[in-house]
Design a protein around this ligand. Structure first.
Ligand SMILES: Nc1ncnc2c1ncn2[C@@H]1O[C@H](COP(=O)(O)OP(=O)(O)O)[C@@H](O)[C@H]1O
Ligand SMILES: N[C@@H](CC(=O)OP(=O)(O)O)C(=O)O
Length: 517
């Protein structure tokens, strides 16, 4: 089949595919907003180009045409909640909106009438199935974690149907790959997921992809019903992890995470105009950045690919020719936290020159980040128990209300905890937890805070760096509510008022991260 002229691909261009089995694999993950806004660029400027040099596997998230908050996955979660509301039929309206959005995308993006007709049938089928599933849930008045996983998975299925059809329309022989059954139905539910689970899934996803032969696989970022629930055990952003497992299973040369930013910067470029693009970063630094507010990749992703010695590259769908940022372990990194040995290095496919360049980087922090919506809870013990008992009770309350602590500072009878509280359900749980904490001591609550973190592999060798961070903040009249340093050698964090965020980021970037110093 020839590609369509209407889309700028000439008729005489042969259909492209993964036909040369000697080429290395590259796994490309596309986030929801990239799939929603730049599907045509992905097809033409990226996949069609990469397939000349590599065997390409595409992994997609559910579409978001504006922001992730208004995207398909969030709509599906709302539909599941609505289905549990007695008498509400709003979930059917949500399914209809999702259907209409995908049909509209199909018609806008694809030229071939035949491909559109086939895709429309697939979208109708998926949405009908989803509607029936939600109606059944309403009748039995229950949505189990397993049911919720299946409902959420519709988002990636629809997105991948559209992407596979679009690729075919643009002259790439692509095939949709659903992963509903890669997790064995009888996989034991344990307390959390272990490495054996990830190894089993990596193998199973790669086996599904291998079945495509020379066709370019378009794989759903949803990888089936996860023991104990996808949202609880892996969380949002699970498509990154799916792509990582596929990269491991295929022994890929590189895992590419395509976003709408050129790579990882020294600070959020929306907040610090002078932020620089980082050519390389270590996995530990990327993890700290993700945890402390600059969401780079899903936290579980790196661990999987680094142990397989596969580098990760963050790239921009709007600027495919840019080098992006490569994440790979450095000789400089400390032994990893949590009992893990430093991942094997050097990674297989990072050019020696880049590796040497990373070693020779100037001695300064790597990046700075902020995490918003922080509440500081200070608890002063009422001294009815010794300090270890006090801590036990305190963490018991946090565990009961499933509150994760982002930062902690302690003395014998006084503990300050920085807790992230964004969503309404967090706030409700926090309110309940505070009431209970008042039984063990006096509780003060400080709202409207942020965590400011300076991150860098070189910082462990930089004497006086903490002094420079806090000194710079003090000289700029920025009050520090809480300090934490030491748990990780590569992170210095403190809590400041939200209104000081931009000023703090910019002065610290200027004084500590500017190359012109
Ligand atoms: N250090 C950083 N480097 C790059 N982007 C950052 C950083 N900190 C925060 N960001 C923000 O993260 C966002 C990530 O890009 P985007 O592709 O839009 O997100 P996603 O795919 O996660 O929805 C950007 O909007 C960028 O402003
Ligand atoms: N669609 C899922 C999975 C995902 O990975 O999304 P994204 O790649 O857009 O972060 C979510 O919203 O969580």
């Amino acid at each position: 089949m020839a590609a369509s002229v209407a889309n700028g691909v000439s008729n005489d261009t042969a259909m492209k595919s993964n036909s040369d089995a000697t080429k290395p694999w590259v796994v490309q993950k596309y986030g929801g907003t990239s799939v929603g806004k730049f599907a045509d660029k992905i097809a033409e400027d990226i996949v069609r180009v990469y397939v000349d040099e590599y065997r390409v596997a595409v992994v997609c998230s559910a579409r978001s045409t504006a922001t992730k908050a208004e995207g398909t996955t969030n709509r599906l979660i709302r539909a599941a909640e609505e289905a549990l509301t007695e008498g509400s039929k709003l979930y059917l309206d949500i399914v209809e909106a999702i259907r209409a959005d995908h049909i509209k995308a199909a018609k806008e993006l694809i030229a071939s009438e035949a491909i559109i007709a086939e895709l429309e049938k697939e979208i109708e089928y998926e949405c009908e199935r989803l509607g029936s599933f939600l109606s059944a849930a309403q009748i039995i008045e229950e949505i189990s974690p397993k049911t919720k996983d299946i409902i959420i998975g519709s988002g990636e299925k629809l997105a991948c149907r559209v992407m596979a059809a679009l690729l075919r329309d643009r002259g790439v022989d692509a095939q949709y790959v659903g992963l509903d059954h890669v997790v064995p139905a009888d996989y034991p539910v344990k307390d959390g997921l272990d490495q054996a689970f990830y190894d089993c899934v990596a193998k199973a996803i790669a086996a599904e992809v291998q079945k495509c032969g020379s066709k370019v696989p378009v794989v759903t970022g949803f990888f089936g019903v996860v023991p104990g629930s996808l949202l609880a055990n892996i969380g949002r952003g699970y498509t990154d992890l799916c792509a990582a497992l596929l990269a491991v299973g295929l022994g890929a040369d590189e895992l590419q995470i395509w976003k709408e930013v050129d790579g990882i910067f020294t600070a959020d470029p929306r907040k610090v105009a002078t932020a620089r693009l980082l050519p390389t970063i270590t996995p530990e630094e990327a993890s700290e950045l993700t945890f402390y507010g600059s969401e780079v990749i899903h936290p579980l992703t790196q661990h999987q690919v680094m142990h397989a010695r596969i580098p990760i590259r963050i790239k921009n769908v709007e600027n495919p020719k840019g080098d992006g940022t490569i994440i790979f372990p450095s000789n400089l990194q400390p032994r990893a936290q949590g009992g893990d040995a430093t991942p094997p290095h050097p990674p297989k496919n990072v050019p020696e020159s880049l590796y040497q360049k990373a070693l020779g980087q100037p001695r300064m922090p790597t990046a700075i980040t902020t995490k918003e919506n922080i509440v500081v809870i200070s608890v002063h013990s009422n001294r009815k128990s010794l300090s270890h008992g006090f801590y036990r009770e305190l963490f018991g309350v946090l565990d009961k209300y499933r509150l994760a602590v982002d930062l902690i500072a302690t003395s014998e009878v006084h503990v300050s905890l920085a807790v992230h509280s964004e969503a309404r359900h967090h706030q409700l749980r926090l309110g309940e937890a505070i009431k209970e904490l008042q039984r063990i001591g006096q509780v003060d609550v400080l709202k409207g805070m942020i965590i400011l973190s300076v991150i860098g592999i070189q910082m462990k060798n930089m004497v006086g760096i903490a002094g420079r961070v806090f000194g710079t903040l003090a000289q700029n009249n920025i009050n520090i509510e809480m300090i934490s340093q030491g748990a990780s050698e590569i992170n210095i964090s403190c809590v400041i008022a939200a209104q000081d965020q931009l000023k703090a980021l910019n002065v610290l970037h200027h004084h500590l991260l500017s190359l012109a110093q």
